[in-house]
Design a protein around this ligand. Structure first.
Ligand SMILES: [Zn+2]
Length: 354
C-alpha cells in the first residue's frame, strides 16, 4: 500500500503528470509518461471550467498537494529492495509473513476491541485510476455506515497494545482509496496469494491523521470470477495502461461500488503495526489483514498483472508464486520485511470464524 497520513497514498505522485482533457470525453488520461521528467501540461482555463469533480479527483491525486514530504519516485525493478530512507532503516516495515491462525505466537484481540465492519460505498464521481503499477479506485463520495475503528488509551489504534479490559472508544474512519497488488504483499505461512486488495482508511486523533489499512488476499485456486472486480474491470482500458502507463477513467455518477462485496464474509483478521509498502515507507500504519481470502479468476489476475509496470521485476526473480511465473507476469508487491519482534494479533468473531 502506499500513502501516508502526511501524504496521500499514491505510488508515484512525483512522476510526470500530463493531463489530456477533451470536454465531453469520458476518458481522462492523467499522467505519467514513463521516464519523463517534469512535463506537467497546463490545463487551459476554459477546459478547467469543464472539469468534473471526478476528473479533478484524478488530477489531484497525480500531483503533489504541496503539503507533507515529497514522495520519491520509485519502481518495482528490485521489488523495493533499492528503496531508501525508512524503507531501508525502519524497524516496523510492511509487508510481513503472517502465520496460520492456530499459531501459538498470535495474541488475541478481545471481542470488545474488534473493528466494527459496517458498509462502505464509493458513489458519484468515482474514478478508477490505473497508474503504471497499480489499479486504484478513488472517489469524491465515499460513504460509510457503522464502520468503526477501536481506539484504546487515547491513541492506541486497534487497541493492539491494550489489556482485554481497557476502555475503548470507537471512531469512524474515512476512506482514502482502494487499490491492488499482484502478487499479494503479505504472505500466509510463507505462501503468496495471487493478489491483495488494500482499502486505505484514516482516522484523525488529536489533529493527527493515522492510517488503518485493510488487506484482503485474492486467491485464484478455484478460478472463480470476483464480481466486485468485474465491476471495476469494465472501466479499465488495458491497452492504454500498457502504452501510456496511467489512465484515469471517470465512472458514471450512478455507479456505486460496495466495498463490502469485496471483503470476505468472515471478518476475522490479523492486526499489527507496520508501514506503507511504498516509499517513503512511513511507519505507524495499523494493518488489518483478513485471515480468509476472497476468490478471483486467473483471467482477472492476468488483468492485474498486465497493469504492472514495465520496470517491475519478472516473477521468476522475486517470488515463489508459481502461477505468476507461469503467466510471465510482472509484479507490484514489495518484498517481505522482518518482523523484528513485533506482535501479531488475531481478531476473531467466533469459534468458527478463523
Ligand atoms: Zn497497497
Amino acid at each position: 500500500m502506499m500513502t501516508g497520513a502526511q501524504k496521500m497514498p499514491r505510488d508515484g505522485w512525483t512522476r510526470t503528470q500530463a493531463v489530456l482533457l477533451s470536454a465531453g470525453f469520458l476518458l481522462l488520461l492523467c499522467g505519467s509518461v514513463r521516464g519523463g521528467s517534469d512535463g506537467n501540461l497546463q490545463v487551459p482555463a476554459a477546459v478547467q471550467a469543464n472539469i468534473t469533480s471526478g476528473e479533478d479527483l484524478c488530477k489531484e491525486t497525480t500531483q503533489s498537494k504541496g503539503n507533507g514530504p515529497a514522495i520519491p519516485a520509485f519502481n518495482y525493478a528490485s521489488s523495493g529492495d533499492d528503496w531508501t530512507g525508512d524503507c531501508q532503516t525502519g524497524k516496523q516495515q510492511s509487508p510481513i509473513d503472517l502465520p496460520t491462525t492456530d499459531n501459538s505466537t498470535l495474541g488475541s484481540i478481545p471481542s470488545s476491541h474488534l473493528v466494527r465492519f459496517g458498509t462502505i460505498t464509493a458513489s458519484g464521481n468515482a474514478v478508477l485510476r490505473l497508474e503504471i503499477d497499480e489499479v486504484e479506485l478513488l472517489s469524491s463520495n465515499w460513504s460509510t455506515a457503522n464502520f468503526q475503528i477501536p481506539v484504546c488509551g487515547g491513541d492506541n489504534i486497534g487497541c493492539l497494545e491494550s489489556p482485554p479490559d481497557a476502555p475503548v472508544e470507537y471512531m469512524s474512519a474515512s476512506i482514502v482509496n482502494l487499490h491492488f497488488h499482484a502478487n499479494s504483499e503479505h504472505t500466509r505461512n510463507g505462501n503468496y496469494y495471487g493478489a491483495e486488495a488494500h482499502l486505505v482508511t484514516k482516522i484523525t486523533l488529536n489533529g493527527k491523521k493515522n492510517l488503518v489499512v485493510f488487506g484482503t488476499w485474492m486467491d485464484v485456486s478455484s478460478n472463480k470470477t470476483n464480481e466486485f472486480f468485474s465491476g471495476l474491470q469494465s472501466y479499465i482500458n488495458d491497452t492504454s495502461v500498457i502504452s501510456v502507463g496511467s489512465v484515469c477513467s471517470p465512472v458514471p455518477e450512478n455507479v456505486k461500488f460496495s466495498i463490502d462485496n469485496l471483503l470476505p464474509a468472515t471478518k476475522t483478521y490479523y492486526a499489527y503495526r507496520g508501514s506503507l509498502t511504498t516509499p517513503p515507507c512511513t511507519e505507524g500504519v495499523t494493518w488489518i489483514v483478513f485471515t480468509k481470502p476472497v476468490q478471483m479468476s486467473i483471467t482477472q489476475l492476468k488483468a492485474l498483472y498486465k497493469s504492472n509496470a514495465y520496470t517491475s521485476q519478472p516473477c521468476a526473480n522475486v517470488t515463489t508464486n508459481a502461477l505468476c511465473n507461469i503467466l510471465g507476469a510482472r509484479t507490484n508487491n514489495r518484498l517481505l520485511q522482518p518482523l523484528n519482534g513485533r506482535t501479531i494479533k488475531l481478531g476473531s468473531y467466533g469459534p468458527d470464524s478463523n
